[in-house]
Design a binder for this molecule. Sequence first.
Ligand code: NAI
Length: 250
Amino acid sequence: MRGLADKVVVVTGAAGGIGAATARRLAEEGARVVAVDLDEERVRKVAESVGGLGVAADVSSEEGVAGYLSAAVERFGRVDLHHLNAGIPGSFATLPELSAAEFDRVMAVNVRGVFLGVRAAFRRYAEQGTAGNIVITGSIGSLRGSADLLAYQTSKHAVLGILKGAAMYGGPLGVRVNAVAPGIVPTDLFAATPAAAGGKDDMSRRASSTPLRRAGTGDDVAGVVAFLLSDDAAYMTGEVVSVDGGASIV
Ligand code: NAI
């Protein structure tokens, strides 16, 4: 893909299934990866495997975001691209059972974390005098309702608000902002959702009812993220690309 070689790219949630796959794919494309995650041990392993920098940070805190950016700048001198991907599912609860504290916990990571990451990216680009670009991980839950995962689904709708506002602001500056909306990808996060609650057989049934008749992989998502970050997507911004085997058209 064009324009990824030697770019410095931050990937958040990089210890997880989709983030680690993106880190690997971007490294294969020649990018220099800054892998960020709460899970220090796992993120260091991912970073080592791609010859990048691993940073333990909480994306929902301003200090955490400032910390990973300064570590990136200290190591590589600049930051070009961002995959803001860290997320949590929240607990599986019906609406009357969902506590306000749990709602706030999910919003803090999935919405505030993305807001802080996007804002920091724009500030960094302004400081550098460069125009990078950003991909946010949304979800099929950005587009659909869920009776049992309301906080998660609300948070994933909210990131589309950030996406659109940031794309409007960034366009004239040459900064593109896009999102991917994965469907079923069997990772740790997916295991905590109602879609996984029915066990492996239920997941296989759901996956096999999608047009492509299978669950997705981290690599399926990573390829689309790499494309959106690359110059091959130079005329795309504010876009939400479903990576769900066609599930969203059923
Ligand atoms: P995962 O659980 O494997 O990875 C998520 C990573 O985010 C974990 O390594 C976790 O430690 C990290 N993380 C959580 N809170 C953090 C924080 N405050 N600061 C820094 N890191 C934090 O899950 P997966 O599936 O790779 O999820 C990645 C993204 O994809 C999430 O935003 C998720 O909502 C989204 N997604 C996943 C789908 C799936 O089926 N797996 C479907 C649709 C969207």
